[in-house]
Write a protein that binds this ligand. Sequence first.
Ligand SMILES: Cc1cc2nc3c(=O)[nH]c(=O)nc-3n(C[C@H](O)[C@H](O)[C@H](O)COP(=O)(O)O)c2cc1C
Length: 194
Amino acid sequence: MSNARQAQHPIASSFTARWSPRAFDGQPLSEARMRSLFEAARWAPSAYNFQPWRFCYALAGTPHFEDFVALLVPANQAWARHAGALVAVLSQSTRTAADGAEQPFPSHAFDTGAAWMSLAMQAYDMGLATHAMGGFDAERARRYLRLPANVAIHAFVAIGQRGDASALPEALQAREQASDRNPQAGWVFEGPMA
Ligand SMILES: Cc1cc2nc3c(=O)[nH]c(=O)nc-3n(C[C@H](O)[C@H](O)[C@H](O)COP(=O)(O)O)c2cc1C
């Protein structure tokens, strides 16, 4: 890991130790491990405890996995095809009101962001790496996953045991290190923002 990851205030070490590598060993994840990952997501907080998150997954070595890989942009396919599983992060953007009408559920993306991070931290705890990807063909993914109009698609996540970086395309080998973050001064404000 890069030594760029220095917390500027005391925090649990998992927050800086988790990062998003691209080198995976290609070993499929077990169903049991997938269930633990989704279980962590299950306990995320959400408005009204509505739990708007939805996930579709594919394990390495299955026909679904090949199909999931094909939905990614080529730059992501190059490395994500060696993951042990791919997960599509989805959320239901509406909620049925008492009168039966479908109403927008404004925090669907916010709540699902929390769920994905819970999954990522659980994966870290299990010795697994995760890497989210916004680089995918959204229209094709919606069709393939048969998403109803009120289900949003946010990202795919590659999950697996870390692999050898030397197996990555050369351009990605140099990027196989943890990144730094902006200092709090630019994005935390006591009272109003300006
Ligand atoms: C919504 C989202 C979309 C992302 N899309 C991609 C992507 O398409 N390809 C990629 O290689 N990394 C992608 N990333 C990974 C980020 O670049 C990475 O999380 C960020 O640089 C912070 O690094 P870290 O996760 O190692 O701390 C994405 C991350 C998120 C959360």
